[in-house]
Design a protein around this ligand. Structure first.
Ligand code: NOJ
Ligand code: CA
Length: 561
């Protein structure tokens, strides 16, 4: 087997520096703290650490308002600390991915400041202007209820500027070749500093048809090709992971028909229908979105996730499905956000039910693509709904039962750690779970190890096997490997018959990776199995241990039990 592309079979772990670990006692997590926890991440099985924005920033949108693309916010450390960090990851066989926010800058960025000061400045055309208030100024806001327009008047500039997000995040004018050159340079810079990839923020808005090409987005799409070409010329194995919450049929434009644009995209349609499946026990819509996610160019890859640092966005579900998810996971108004989402962490949404948490994680880990996990979910952290908007799910990592959950000795941590209730740091923390054999942390570690031993999930092709609507049974094939994953969403035990598998299975047993028990097919090649309520099982045909080429399959190999 030729060594495969790294991003197709890795585990990505996303974290925000400010809430991970504070190394100097000022209450803000930093690179020094992160360095101390790299062995923890390596032990968990993480292959790539995605660090959320760390540039100098007024931090009015958690750093997604960048004031200097070439710098490090001094609260987090220095450029030297950053390179130490990328080096330390490399020595542990981990890669670094960083957020790249190219759709907009902070209004404090020197480009925007120059643009508003002087209409003749070359930076004026870096942004998007109108002399009169545009008619649609109160349409298309990304944060309805908090943001009330997409155009704001600048007194200094004496003109209106466009901002898809908050008014302090003016959109860059991607149609301007000078802007494109600047953005490419930023990519080149961070590649030299040791990153292997970028999570590209807000891509649909970045490439939205601009006023020069109002009905033709192709020139803007071509920027995605240019940015990839530059990155791969500078560093062959660098990748882009696009944040784009769009329908599956539009995704091919982001990957490029020939796979020459972005390598990876978060699969938002699968995320939303997966939550619907958990809410309703109906896997129908999830199956549809999985089917719609096929036939990618060879280098393209999906990234799958449960929760991220934003609200759980269910805005693209049909009304009845969205209502079902709200009712199950975010029934109260203060749990909801922006008319489309739920601002809770995974564990409280699932009522802290360990079986449902395992089921949700197992489903996500067996989707066709690369899993992305979020800091704290490996120990089942909760949320703080007293914090505003998306801050609820951004509380400090809970390392121990010590002061501030071991996050910082400061009296004034960046956000208050969760100190009370079932998700308080006294109860939910890494130290405690490390010591408990059956903890969620140890379970997650085992699952991640198994996930990486199943490259067919990241590289292979899948078939959805016939099963009742409350069961998802999928089969993956890649090279000589075949595996089957079954999930029972209902609260009843079920008997399931797996009909003839797609490949000629030569009467080989399916070996359950959780129990090491094997199931032998009957004379018709069907496998009978039982699934507990909310149960899941992972099987590999013949087991995980590779057969030596030429060996006969050992039909009667003893198995435990
Ligand atoms: C998407 C990010 O995930 C979100 O946190 C941010 O507010 C917007 N993009 C704007 O950059
Ligand atoms: Ca600090």
């Amino acid at each position: 087997m030729i060594e495969q592309r790294w991003y197709k079979n890795t585990i990505i772990y996303s974290l925000a520096l400010d809430s991970f670990l504070d190394s100097n006692g000022d209450g803000i997590g930093d690179f020094g703290g992160l360095l101390k926890r790299l062995d923890y991440l390596q032990g968990l099985g993480v292959g790539a650490v995605w660090v959320m924005p760390f540039h100098p920033s007024p931090r009015r949108d958690h750093g997604y308002d960048v004031a200097d693309y070439y710098g490090i916010d001094p609260r987090y450390g220095t450029l030297g600390d950053f390179v130490e960090f990328t080096h330390a990851c490399r020595t542990r066989g981990m890669r670094v991915m960083m957020d790249l926010v190219l759709n907009h800058t902070s209004d404090q960025h020197p480009w925007f400041q120059a643009a508003i000061e002087d209409p003749e400045s070359r930076y004026r055309e870096f942004y998007i202007w109108a002399d009169k208030k545009p008619k649609n100024a109160h349409e298309g806001m990304v944060f309805p209820g908090v943001q009330d327009s997409t155009w704001t008047f600048s007194k200094k500039a004496k003109a209106w500027y466009y901002h898809k997000f908050f008014e302090f995040q003016p959109d860059l004018n991607i149609a301007n070749p000078q802007v494109q050159s600047e953005l490419l340079k930023i990519v080149g810079f961070w590649l030299e500093a040791g990153v292997s990839g970028f999570r590209l923020d807000a891509v649909p808005f970045l490439i939205a048809a601009d006023e020069k090409h109002p009905s033709d987005a192709e020139p803007a799409f071509d920027f995605l090709r240019r940015i990839r070409e530059l990155a791969q010329w500078r560093k062959g194995d660098a990748v882009f992971l696009a944040e784009a919450n769009i329908p599956p049929e539009d995704c091919i434009k982001y990957f490029g028909e020939s796979g020459d644009r972005l390598h990876m995209m978060f699969n938002f349609p699968v995320n939303q229908t997966l939550f619907y499946a958990l809410a309703s026990n109906d896997t129908g819509p999830l199956r549809e979105k999985l089917e719609a996610s096929r036939d990618l160019p060879q280098t393209a890859q999906w990234a799958h996730f449960l929760r991220n640092h934003d609200e759980l966005d269910i805005g693209r579900l049909p009304d009845d499905q969205r209502a079902a998810v709200f009712a199950a996971f975010g029934p109260e108004e203060h749990m909801q956000l922006y008319d489309r989402g739920i601002r809770r962490r995974l564990a409280p949404m699932l009522g802290g039910d360990r079986r449902r948490l395992e089921l949700a994680y197992s489903l996500m880990l067996t989707m066709p693509g690369t899993p992305v996990i979020r800091y704290g979910d490996e120990i089942g952290m909760g949320d703080d709904l007293d914090l505003p908007e998306r801050e609820a799910g951004r509380t400090p990592m809970q390392w121990s039962g010590e002061r501030n959950g071991g996050f910082s000795p400061s009296d004034d941590p960046v956000r208050p750690p969760i100190a009370e209730g079932p998700y308080g740091f006294q109860t939910v923390n890494v130290a405690r779970q490390r010591a408990q054999e059956g903890s969620l942390l140890n379970w997650t570690e085992r699952m991640l190890r198994m996930r990486k031993e199943l490259p067919e999930l990241g590289h292979g092709s899948f078939t959805i096997l016939p099963a009742p609507a409350h069961v998802l049974a999928m089969c993956y094939e890649f090279e000589d490997n075949l595996s089957v994953f079954v999930h029972n969403l209902a609260e009843e035990r079920i008997d399931l018959k797996i009909e003839q598998l797609p490949q000629d299975c030569a009467q080989r047993p399916l070996v359950c990776l959780q129990t090491d028990h094997e199931i032998r097919p009957d004379a018709e090649g069907c496998y009978d199995l039982v699934l507990e309520p909310s149960g899941y099982k992972w099987f590999r045909l013949g087991g995980l241990e590779d057969m030596i080429e030429g060996d006969e399959p050992q039909a009667d190999r003893p198995r435990k039990g």
